[in-house]
Ligand binder design. Structure first.
Ligand SMILES: [Zn+2]
Length: 370
């Protein structure tokens, strides 16, 4: 029963529903376009083109059409900024009903394109950033989590589709092929989650820090990224914890407040997991290139009434700040100075086990992970 409940809560937590409207008077493009609702695909394309045209530093906007288009024939857009050798991959809205993260990614891109601050210039000299602000344009337009296969109508969760068995959705093939060409050094993936409360408090979690292969769990230690991912998340937590109105915790699912336990996820078919495991599909990644990757979860689920227009501005802002600080920390090497054990200082429920996409729930200490 516990397991069924946990799985159910997991589904709820990983699948958020539609969003109402973005804060009016939010960021504008080129000083004349007010974004007063969540961004449509056309909005995102227009904003990217505006940024490319008007930015102080060079921003290259392109499509992944050479690799293919979405199931419904939409181009998947990428924006590239910076000239440095460290490659940082930032992807948003792989789940089409998780909207504010696209806004946050575009705000960050715009900041890099126009800031001129010393810190920002340093990042652009030492790194090249690859933004995919709307990974799942079909899901975004349908306002659903999934994409829909054009031949069968089957719904596919793109964040479970990067498996060794091969991809079901064309979006996965397209982005994977691009990823295998880019060979990033580091990736951040942006999501929304349902309501939960920070362990030991009555505060509603505004932001969760996640690693899609659980630290010290069945899979991550063998990738070599067990420590660096903990350092990254501890770094972000430390940078963000004093920012007003944020209540940050570790991303967990199946949380039980009364009995005080929760589960970490260990999802091998997730995109950022496959990146850490060096997925080689169709021999596009024969050398098994891999890199650390983490994800952020922003609060918000409009059906629960938990996302009002008033909160959207700060939710987007905390995402933006967390992204900016992690990129900075990674590029400058500050992340490497963090004690990995600080990861355990991020509020979290006592760990009962791992919710996996390959073996159900794996209890802590069990060796049945494989
Ligand atoms: Zn998601």
């Amino acid at each position: 029963m516990k397991i069924v409940m946990a799985a159910l809560i997991f589904i709820l937590a990983f699948g958020s529903t539609s969003f109402a409207a973005l804060q009016p008077g939010g960021p504008s493009t080129n000083g004349n376009t007010n974004i007063n609702s969540t961004l449509s695909y056309a909005d995102v394309v227009k904003i990217l083109e505006d940024i490319e045209r008007s930015s102080k530093v060079k921003v290259e906007v392109s499509t992944l059409d050479e690799y293919g288009k979405s199931e419904q024939g939409r181009s998947i857009y990428v924006a590239k900024v910076g000239t440095g050798p460290q490659k940082i991959w930032i992807q948003a809205q792989i789940h089409g009903n998780e909207k504010l993260v696209t806004e946050a990614a575009l705000q960050l891109l715009k900041m890099y394109a126009n800031s001129g601050e010393k810190d920002v210039e340093r990042v652009l000299e030492e790194a090249t950033l690859y933004f995919i602000p709307m990974y799942n344009p079909d899901g975004a337009e349908m306002n659903i989590r999934h994409t829909r296969l054009s031949d069968s109508g089957k719904l596919i969760d793109l964040n479970r589709d990067w498996t060794a068995k091969g991809f079901e959705a064309v979006e996965s093939k397209v982005v994977y092929a691009y990823w295998a060409d880019v060979n990033p050094d580091f990736a951040i993936d942006l999501h929304h989650q349902g309501l939960k409360q920070v362990y030991g408090t009555n505060e509603s979690t505004s932001f969760s820090l996640g690693i899609s292969l659980a630290p010290d769990g069945p899979t991550l230690p063998s990738t070599g990224y067990n420590e660096i991912t903990k350092q990254m998340m501890a770094y972000v937590y430390d940078e963000m914890k004093d920012y007003g109105y944020t209540h940050i915790d570790r991303y967990q699912v199946g949380v039980n407040r009364e009995e005080e336990f929760g589960y970490d996820i260990d999802i091998r078919g997730g995109v950022v997991s496959a990146m850490m495991m060096g997925l080689n599909y169709n021999n596009l990644n024969p050398e098994g290139h891999s890199h650390p990757a983490v994800f952020f979860e922003t609060k918000g689920n409009s059906t629960e009434g938990s996302l009002g227009q008033k909160s959207n501005g700060y939710l987007t802002k905390q995402n933006y700040l967390a992204l900016k600080s992690l990129v900075h920390g990674y590029v400058t090497g500050e992340v490497g100075n963090v004690n990995p054990d600080d990861w355990y200082n991020i509020p979290h429920y006592p760990l009962a086990g791992y919710l996996t996409d390959y073996n159900g729930i794996v209890p802590v200490g069990s060796d049945s992970g494989y």
